[in-house]
Design a protein around this ligand. Structure first.
Ligand SMILES: [Zn+2]
Length: 295
């Protein structure tokens, strides 16, 4: 069997809302995969007069100065290390070090695998979070187009790509859940609609994979994750559980892994999990903070 991986990122998706709303495709992935949550080991602490950073001391014992924002979150997902290593503390990406800590797709490309990344948040390309070694990159600017429009186009491009081309690892990102939550919070009908739309996009990606002529000889692992949560009122960056709680769901197409909950699944575990599924050995000198999740 040829091992392949699809990682789908949904920005600002609160796990408790996902459980409550239970979209059909993600619900099936939860029931037949494995999943876990984690708490980001960083966040900007709210203080009466100052916004002091780095107040969260993570289990690693390192003090990590970063906001619970998209830049640090997706950079941690991409690289498998926390912000004190990859250097992304907020959406400015000012001190990013993707040369020392490249994304997992670039690592896989270095091992001769075919990789692709399709995403609607252009900053991830602009600042190199998903690097130029990735064979196929489709980047749209959701901030300009609206994420609802950009995500729809990303879904269509990813659907074609997965059906007709031959990636070993593919990353697809949707951002509308975050955009809606910023405007209206994660408890409104519009947030439900955005999540359900992304669930339908995921369905189309899985159907496209299933339609591949070579599918019977392939074993696809599907990973879904998010970069941070949201306050009930909308917004993130801080240290509350609502902002810091993230999740990782891992499923295999055509296999039932039992739906069990892992003790934890952190953002930094996504990269080593994806690499493990396609047989790329993690090297000690990479200094990854994450570990491959047990499937
Ligand atoms: Zn985000």
């Amino acid at each position: 069997m040829k091992n392949k991986v699809l990682v789908v990122g949904m920005d600002g998706l609160r796990f408790d809302r996902l459980l409550a709303l239970r979209p059909p495709v993600l619900g099936r992935l939860l029931a037949t995969g494995v999943h876990g949550t984690g708490r980001l080991p960083y966040g900007e602490a709210a203080a009466p007069t100052t916004a002091a950073k780095g107040q969260v001391v993570p289990p690693t014992g390192r003090t990590i100065t970063a906001r619970t924002d998209s830049g640090p979150g997706w950079s941690s997902i991409a690289t498998g290390v926390w912000p004190d290593k990859h250097g992304v503390a907020d959406n400015g990406f000012a001190t990013a070090d993707f040369t020392k800590y490249p994304d997992f797709l670039s690592r896989a490309a270095g091992h001769g695998l075919t990789t692709s990344a399709l995403f609607s948040w252009a900053a991830l390309e602009e600042h190199g979070a998903f690097g130029p070694a990735i064979a196929t990159r489709v980047v749209l600017d959701g901030s300009a187009l609206t994420f609802a429009v950009a995500d729809k186009q990303i879904a269509a491009a990813a659907e074609r790509h997965l059906a007709e081309e031959d990636p070993d690892l593919c990353f697809v990102y949707f951002g509308d859940t975050d955009e809606v939550a910023h405007d209206l919070g994660p408890h409104c009908e519009e947030y439900t609609d955005a999540l359900m739309a992304q669930d339908r996009y995921l369905d189309r990606l899985l159907s496209a994979i299933g339609s591949r002529p070579s599918f019977s000889g392939e074993r696809w692992t599907v990973i879904v994750t998010t970069d941070h949560g949201h306050l009930d009122a909308g917004g993130h960056g801080g240290v509350t559980d609502e902002e810091r709680t993230t999740f990782v769901i891992v499923g295999r197409m055509g296999e039932d892994l039992g739906g069990r909950a892992l003790g934890q699944a952190r953002l930094v575990d996504v990269a080593p999990t994806a690499l493990a599924q396609v047989g790329v050995p993690v090297e000690a000198e990479w200094e990854l903070d994450g570990e491959a999740l047990p499937l």
